[in-house]
Design a protein around this ligand. Structure first.
Ligand code: ADP
Length: 170
């Protein structure tokens, strides 16, 4: 029997959007186990939510996906710090999964994958394309819209929306 194929989908998820959910849904078609890995500290980004809050929002959104998963498939969400490649190995995985939106994502993602493969040649990165409707969905823009009072209900779950509103009311 083939051993369990584990994929790690890392990111800041500040907060999780329907774009991330799209990638999670596609990724779990390919792997047996998916670890959604929330980076505790993100260079040059200043998350508005703590890693624990980001994991909670992901867990909330995963509940729906988990309902329709085959019994042998599993998705978890965990926070990590330190080098991604070390974390991936600690999950008994050799597979990093990233999402690609427009061309603008490409250069950064390609560079990141190249650096990771330089420091850990046993790991592979695979890219999954954003679905058409998620091409322009980004956590950064969602936050800006909420801050300015815009409607983002198409881009985040009701739970995440409540958290966002709470944050900007503070
Ligand atoms: P990071 O700070 O690591 O870029 P993000 O949470 O912004 O973390 O994104 C995590 C991954 O998900 C990245 O590969 C990013 O390109 C991808 N991603 C983010 N939003 C979308 C989307 N709308 N559609 C597809 N992929 C996305």
């Amino acid at each position: 029997m083939r051993s369990n194929l584990v994929g790690v989908y890392p990111g800041s998820f500040d907060p999780i959007t329907t774009g991330h959910i799209d990638i999670i849904s596609k990724a779990i078609e390919v792997v047996d186990e998916l670890v959604v890995a929330v980076a505790k500290e993100v260079a040059e980004k200043h998350p508005i939510f703590s890693a624990q809050e980001r994991v909670e929002m992901i867990e909330n959104d995963l509940a729906l996906i988990r309902e329709s998963l085959p019994r042998h498939k599993k998705i978890t969400a965990v926070a990590f710090d330190g080098l991604l490649v070390d974390f991936v190995r600690s999950c008994h995985s050799t597979l990093i999964i990233r999402g690609l939106r427009a061309v603008s994502d490409f250069e950064y993602e390609f560079q990141l994958a190249a650096m990771n493969s330089k420091i850990a040649s046993d790991l592979q990165t695979i890219f999954l394309p954003a679905t058409e409707k998620s091409q322009f969905t980004a956590s950064r823009i969602v936050k800006e819209l909420v801050r300015l009072g815009g409607d983002v209900s198409d881009f985040v779950s009701p739970y995440t929306l409540t958290k966002l509103k709470e944050h900007y009311r503070r």
